[in-house]
Write a protein of this length. Structure first.
Length: 79
């Protein structure tokens, strides 16, 4: 796996927060940003998987988007 160097611009206060967080974890800025990106991508993939499962279950059960709020309210009322 190769490395690519890119330039990223963001507000100074964001850079300062990134540097503080990286320092707290004894990591370089690059390592901190790399791991943050990897974590964000993994989280997005998990969410997409959850949504896909939910859509499949809704289709299987015949639940439409307009039914969701009502069904949530019914479940909550039953608790």
């Amino acid at each position: 796996m190769g490395t690519v160097i890119k330039t990223v611009s963001m507000p100074k206060d964001v850079w300062a927060e990134i540097d503080k967080a990286a320092k707290r974890e004894s990591r370089s800025r690059s390592d901190f940003l790399r791991q943050s990106a990897v974590n964000t991508i993994a989280r997005r993939q998990r969410l997409e998987s959850v949504f896909a499962y939910g859509q499949a279950q809704a289709k299987k059960l015949g639940i439409k988007e307009e039914d969701v709020e009502r069904l949530i309210a019914e479940v909550r009322a039953g608790r």
